[in-house]
Design a protein around this ligand. Structure first.
Ligand SMILES: O=P(O)(O)OC[C@H]1O[C@](O)(COP(=O)(O)O)[C@@H](O)[C@@H]1O
Length: 342
């Protein structure tokens, strides 16, 4: 018999609280705090007042002079996430793009969180989509007796193959939370009327083939020969899939990946730019769990052992068949990486 009070909708917390999948109670608590932080960030990026943050003394100037300098919203988003993780009582250490070193939170927190709190933030002034990325590991108890700084770093440098969960939140026309707990990938859409993330796709399946490539192709002349040949081939419809590919590039990693998950194809940044620990690893886990592949052009991302917290690498994410074809060109990593201004 149908439950008379069952409205057919499943919220994120109901989903992880056993209606969808079985995860540890501690992880449910942690996710609840992460989703709360992301809802606050969603409000912030859409706020009419966020541009005034850029006028805070010292911050705006730094952002204007250095392309990699944190933008004010990056900093605020970082603080929002840190505060939620602290309040969860479930986190030992947080490693973020915005902090030089990991932040030790609690000796008995069972989890380690790696995050890019606000990716694509240089797009904010134009209201282009942005995103939050996170990955969750278990704390390595065998490191408990090491000095704090050391165990904070080693816990944060776990290989992506040890992720227990990962997610991203896309702040766009809809706010979408995409997760994986290692058994498929799911999406939830924020219902602004109730403040709940509602399950909208319990099992994302990236098409085995797409017809879209996503890359900043102003860099064409800095690309290696293999990558040029690959892109020239697929855009002329001369690849293994005999259709002419289209290009789409938002320049916001989460948005470019989300579209790729929905429609198939490849999203790439062939130069050493994106970060292994808190961008490539969590997103590769999600893509693999959706049936796709994440690679640096040669190796499976999740098999790489991080050696530095802010380690950069070329990143290719997408449909299985497109990725196999791309990698068969061998020489697809952009080795010259001149300082692009925009
Ligand atoms: O300038 P490129 O090589 O096109 O890089 C764009 C990529 O950089 C990002 O903006 C991230 O870089 P930042 O962390 O420096 O903001 C991604 O969102 C985007 O996909």
């Amino acid at each position: 018999m149908n439950n008379p009070i069952d409205d057919g909708f499943v919220t994120l917390i109901e989903y992880v609280g056993k209606r969808g999948i079985n995860v540890e109670d501690g992880l449910v608590v942690l996710l609840d705090h992460i989703q709360y932080a992301c809802k606050r960030i969603a409000t912030l990026v859409a706020s009419p007042f966020n541009s005034s943050l850029g006028k805070q003394e010292g911050i705006g100037a730094a952002a204007g002079s250095d392309r990699d300098a944190p933008k004010p919203l990056d900093i605020v988003s970082n603080e929002i996430i840190l505060s939620s993780l602290q309040k969860s009582g479930k986190v030992a250490v947080m490693a973020s793009e915005e902090n030089d070193a990991p932040i030790w939170i609690s000796d008995d927190g069972p989890y380690v969180v790696v995050t890019d709190p606000l990716d694509g933030s240089r797009n904010i002034d134009a209201s282009i989509p942005t995103g939050t990325i996170f990955g969750i590991y278990k704390r390595l108890e065998e490191l408990d007796d090491l000095p704090t700084e050391e165990k904070a770093m080693l816990n944060s440098l776990q290989s992506g193959s040890r992720l227990v969960a990962a997610g991203y939140v896309l702040y766009s026309s809809a706010t979408i939370l995409c997760t994986t707990f290692g058994s498929g990938s799911q999406t939830f859409t924020l219902d602004h009327s109730t403040g709940d993330f509602i399950l909208t796709n319990p099992s994302i399946e990236i098409p085995r083939r797409g017809q879209i490539y996503s890359v900043n192709d102003a860099r064409y002349f800095d690309w290696p020969e293999g990558l040029r040949r690959y892109i020239d081939t697929i855009r002329q419809g001369k690849g293994k899939y005999p259709k002419k590919y289209s290009a789409r590039y938002i320049c916001s990693l989460v948005a470019d990946l989300h579209r790729t998950l929905m429609y198939g194809g490849v999203a790439m940044n062939p130069r050493d730019h994106l970060r292994l620990v808190y961008e490539a690893n969590p997103l590769s886990f999600i893509v693999e769990q959706a049936g796709g592949r994440g690679s640096d052009g040669k190796n499976r991302i999740l098999s790489l052992q991080p050696v530095k917290l802010h380690q950069r690498l070329p990143l290719f994410l997408g449909s299985l068949e497109d990725m196999e074809e791309l990698e068969s060109y061998d020489d697809v990593q952009q080795r010259v990486n001149p300082g692009y201004e925009v």
